[in-house]
Write a protein that binds this ligand. Structure first.
Ligand code: G6P
Length: 616
């Protein structure tokens, strides 16, 4: 949700900013802008629309520049327009700012500044912050120690409520960029004679592998060959330089038409990466060292509450079901945004899991903080190393899925489900799960990558089904037990990228109301594995068919009965019931992808969405 990239060094800055913005575009894409410093002062260019529009607008630079800040926006305050796009300037026009987050008290601040004679051009909260920093700068005496700009930023940030990741520069301070964060991510990239600030480390991959994940209340100053980090509260800080552990091409699209398709095809490796080193063959169990809990503490867990949003919540629902069904641990999943405003009585030995690919989702972070405030242990399941949830949690499990750039989450979902399976195995084996069941689950994990490949091989057939139904106005997704969250997730994928209305339901609920929607133009996707509920699922299909509804069934390889009932069939290999969602979601990701392609949608950047939602 909004992306920032800033650079200071020896190279021409504009191509670096535009390239970085392209890599951050998944975070927001309604408008974008850059500000660079040349020997005749600040040069600001901004535009509603995509980065490509901005690139055309920037064109060929007239004057060289080696320092700049830039931003790609997902609008919160003020519609997407040229004037609301970042960077914003202060009253003097000499200070430029880009911002990711929300300044909650911008209205009183704006009123006070207006009374002091400030004039605002945009409807944004960000312009208010630019003016506020500019005011502190103007009021400060010219300092001999070079701290006037950084001190102005610090003073202004003391006045604001809300969240921010910012980059600021000033004509009077050539060669210097100040960054600060609270609630929105900001990473400092360390190059050879060049420094970066970015909302996401993956945007820095072509330039450096060395980063500092800034923490809340950190204020950083970057110059071509050096950087310093201090805190807003005390002044001093400790920071850690980390090496990124993925190759630069991990964030490239390669030969795939879209990141989403690349990420769907990466899923055999996603499973391997989620499971590597975590299966314990000898004990027919799993080990998750990052939980930071002793075996006795793990045995004492009485309840698990899983929190997440969107796709992460769907994975969490499957996880909670696994924990109850297979590990005998009471468990539930809740919308992070709902949980944090509830006042639920919970046993002391309740453990929370905050599930988030980005590790930055504001609702999930808020809910996790609320759980910790009440004294509960909160663990994270995150992909982004060094993200806020990963840092603030009491421990957790990293997904190691590599960068996920497509806005529609795919590989992160299967990774999260795989990790919940490991947790189930670990907690189950400490309770009632037998060694033979444990071994069966381990064997199932080992087969998953090949089984996923077998599904990916059916892509052309799935694309044909997607094409056939792509003119539908509405689609239903039906599943039971483990496959109910799969139905929700498949419907979410369809909505997000094809804009076809889609909804997921527990299959048996069809007859309690949803059935009114069935007609010959409304396809139903029935997830119908050959399990203990197979016959009941067949009955659901018949209820749909009796009302002339077209049926696409996701069925188990070798099921000969199903072809008598469904119009279109997608077969998936069989695995243990708790891991079956990993295989069942795959063809449905492809179905959504190819429906969106057939409709000519912008698959990686669907309208109105952002990958990482850092506002509540
Ligand atoms: C946004 C995205 C969804 C994603 C959700 C949670 O709403 O559009 O695709 O599932 O955030 O993201 P997280 O990073 O917390 O997993």
């Amino acid at each position: 949700m909004c992306g920032i990239i800033a650079y200071v060094g020896r190279r021409e800055v504009r191509p670096i900013l535009l390239d970085g913005l392209g890599r951050l575009e998944y975070r927001g894409y309604d408008s974008a802008g850059i500000a660079v410093l040349t020997d005749s002062g600040l040069e600001v260019q901004k535009k509603a629309g995509r980065i490509a529009d901005l690139s055309r607008h920037v064109g060929k630079p007239k004057k060289p520049s080696h320092q700049g800040i830039s931003h790609t926006r997902w609008a919160t305050h003020g519609e997407p327009s040229d004037v609301n796009a970042h960077p914003h300037l202060d009253r003097s026009g000499k200070l430029a700012l880009v911002h990711n987050g929300v300044i909650e008290n911008y209205q009183p601040l704006k009123r006070a500044l207006t009374e002091q004679g400030h004039t605002f051009h945009s409807a944004t909260d960000t312009e208010v912050l630019a003016h506020l920093i500019g005011k502190h700068y103007a009021e400060a005496p010219a300092s001999s120690n070079g701290r006037r700009l950084i001190d102005a930023v610090r003073s202004a940030l003391h006045d604001v409520k809300g969240t921010y990741g910012i980059a600021v520069m000033h004509e009077d301070y050539p060669g210097v960029i100040i960054g600060a964060r609270r609630g929105s991510p900001l990473v400092l990239g360390i190059g050879e004679g060049e420094m970066f600030l970015s909302s996401d480390a993956t945007a820095l991959l072509p330039y450096t592998q060395k980063v500092v994940y800034l923490k809340d209340f950190d204020v950083a100053e970057i110059k071509a060959g050096q950087f310093a980090v201090e805190t807003l509260t005390s002044g001093d800080t400790d920071y850690e330089i980390k090496e990124l552990d993925f190759a630069p091409e991990a964030a490239e699209r390669g030969d795939y038409e879209h990141f989403m398709l690349k990420e769907i095809h990466e899923q055999p490796h996603t499973i391997e990466n989620a499971v590597r080193g975590r299966l314990n063959q000898e004990e027919a169990s799993a080990q998750l060292g990052g939980l930071n809990m002793t075996p006795a503490q793990l045995r004492d867990i009485e309840r698990v509450v899983v929190l997440g949003c969107g796709t992460a919540l769907h994975a969490g629902m499957i996880g909670a079901h696994m924990l109850e069904n297979e590990a005998c641990v009471a468990a539930e999943a809740d919308f992070a945004s709902e949980f944090r405003f509830k006042n639920r009585p919970l046993q002391r030995n309740t453990v929370f899991f905050a599930v988030s690919q980005s590790g930055e989702t504001a609702d999930t972070l808020g809910a996790m903080r609320e759980a910790r405030r009440k004294g509960f242990r909160a663990l994270g399941i995150c992909n982004n190393v060094g993200s806020t949830i990963a840092r603030e949690s009491d421990g957790g499990v990293y997904m190691h899925a590599g960068p996920e750039i497509g806005v529609a989450a795919t590989k992160s979902f299967v990774s999260q489900v795989a990790i919940f399976g490991l947790l189930t195995l670990c907690l189950g084996r400490m309770r009632y799960m037998s060694a033979s069941t444990g071994r069966e689950i381990i064997q199932a994990y080992e087969k998953l990558p090949n089984q996923i490949n077998r599904i990916l091989e059916q892509e052309a057939a799935i694309a044909a089904i997607a094409q056939k139904y792509s003119s539908a106005k509405s689609m239903l997704f039906l599943g039971r037990q483990y496959n109910y969250p799969v139905a929700l997730e498949a419907a979410l994928k369809m909505k997000e990228i094809s804009y076809i209305h889609a909804a997921g339901f527990p299959a048996a609920e069809l007859k309690h109301g949803v059935i009114a929607l069935i007609d010959s133009q409304t396809p139903s996707v029935c997830i119908c594995p050959e399990d203990s509920l197979h016959e009941k699922n067949i009955s659901t299909i018949q209820e749909v068919k009796a009302r002339k509804g077209p049926v696409i069934a996701v069925a188990t390889e070798g099921d000969t009965e199903i072809k008598h009932h469904a119009d279109d069939l997608i077969f998936v290999p069989r695995t243990v019931e708790m891991l079956q969602p990993i295989l069942n979601i795959l063809p449905l990701q492809l179905l959504a992808y190819h429906a969106a392609v057939a409709l000519g949608r912008d698959v990686d950047k669907p309208r109105n969405l952002a990958k990482s939602v850092t506002v509540e």
